[in-house]
Design a protein around this ligand. Structure first.
Ligand code: TRP
Length: 371
């Protein structure tokens, strides 16, 4: 059996550096290694609507943003099928069948859903809704099932995502096992693929908060211009105890060093800060004292601009041909739909929902009534 990669993002905003080190960068590596049979990357607009029902325009606007981010990072439509979730109606049929295999209690235990319910103000920590938010939409509550359909429709073996998605993958594997043992071996259990570098799994916001998030205003976007990136890096949170250059500094919780851990590549010191052989030497000096924040920020800025420049250039090219970008998405969606339809057909045959195709069924029913 082949190796199939699938992953996606909700189109609720532009993609930022957290997405980049957490998944995007690795997708391009996977694409170029060619070490797989097929690769799918999709824009999860149906999932985005589960908590944006009143905001379809936001989702619609961000489809092109995410597509441009994908293409500008170097995803190549000749190697990767890029598609839009809502263009694959087969996913809904699968979701419906899967939902019969999942209990309400199991969904309620999904830790990611639990946290998100509180973050979005659907409920407070005691599960109360009336006084606090507007309650949990059923579609939101069941999105892990729909996400299992996204994965299973393509028989994905490998799902490169952030660690917050681990509970989704776990739930998907359970659904696969349940489906296969109930109806027959049709579906494939996927594995999660996390970034190997720990610093990439949870890139903090520029303010030092645990995560980049649009609502906190602490993101650096892939589409930020050089001036914007400079402004954000220069105002980054460091070690609040490191007041004077001579003071010893802390690395842990220091956003500049978290970013350096995630972004520095071989050759960066030689090119941008040749007085240090490597990141360990820079950290040692910072800990000892005598190394200013601004120097570290300038180095980080040089590294980031170097990573972002080719992304900006490609983005600029694709922005000149927006109809072409929609065309890539349309073609990708058509190709993806064929695959999903094939899987759904196999699923329905296994579930014996193939009444018109099953001559033996028609014959046996006929015999039952006519002897
Ligand atoms: N839930 C994912 C996120 O918020 C997006 C997503 C939807 C996804 N369906 C998926 C990711 C299937 C991987 C596979 O980022």
């Amino acid at each position: 059996m082949g190796r199939i990669i699938l992953t996606g993002d909700r189109p609720t905003g532009k993609l930022h550096l957290g997405h980049y080190v957490g998944s995007l960068r690795n997708r391009v590596v996977l694409q170029n290694e060619g070490n797989y049979d097929r690769m799918f990357v999709f824009i999860a607009d149906v999932q985005a609507l589960t908590d944006n029902a009143a905001n379809p325009e936001k989702v619609r606007q961000n489809i092109i943003e995410v597509a441009l981010d994908y293409l500008s990072c170097g995803l190549d439509p000749s190697k990767v099928t890029i598609f839009i979730q809502s263009m694959i109606p087969e996913l809904h049929e699968m979701t419906q069948f899967f939902s019969n295999l999942v209990t309400v209690a199991r969904l309620q235990r999904n830790p990611t859903v639990k946290t998100e319910i509180r973050m979005r103000g659907f409920q407070d920590e005691n599960g109360q809704e009336a006084a606090f938010g507007s309650g949990v939409p059923v579609g939101f509550f069941t999105y892990p099932i729909s996400q299992a359909a996204d994965i299973c429709a393509f028989k994905a073996t490998t799902v490169p995502v952030g660690e917050d998605q681990e509970p989704m993958l776990e739930q998907c594997r359970e659904i696969v096992r349940s489906f296969n043992s109930t109806y027959g071996e049709v579906l494939v259990e996927p594995d999660i693929l996390l970034p190997s570098n720990l610093a990439c799994r949870r890139l903090p916001g520029t303010d030092g908060k645990a995560k980049m998030s649009k609502s906190l205003g602490n993101c650096i976007y892939l589409s930020d211009d050089p001036k914007e990136v400079e402004r954000k890096v220069k105002s980054m949170f460091t070690d609040p105890g490191h007041l004077k250059v001579e003071d010893p500094g802390k690395i842990e919780g220091n956003t500049v060093f978290s970013y350096l851990d995630a972004f520095v590549e071989e050759g960066d010191f030689e090119r941008f800060l040749p007085e240090y052989p490597n990141l360990d030497a820079l950290k040692d000096h910072y800990r000892r004292g005598g190394l200013g924040d601004m120097k570290c920020k300038k180095f980080l800025l040089a590294v980031l601009q170097d990573r972002l420049e080719p992304i900006r250039e490609r983005r600029h090219t694709f922005e000149q041909d927006i109809p072409g970008v929609y065309d890539i998405l349309r073609k990708g969606s058509e190709a993806a739909r064929e695959v999903a339809a094939k899987t759904l057909h196999e699923m329905k045959a296994a579930m014996r929902i193939n009444y018109f195709e099953d001559e033996a069924l028609i014959a046996s029913q006929s015999k039952k009534y006519n002897g």
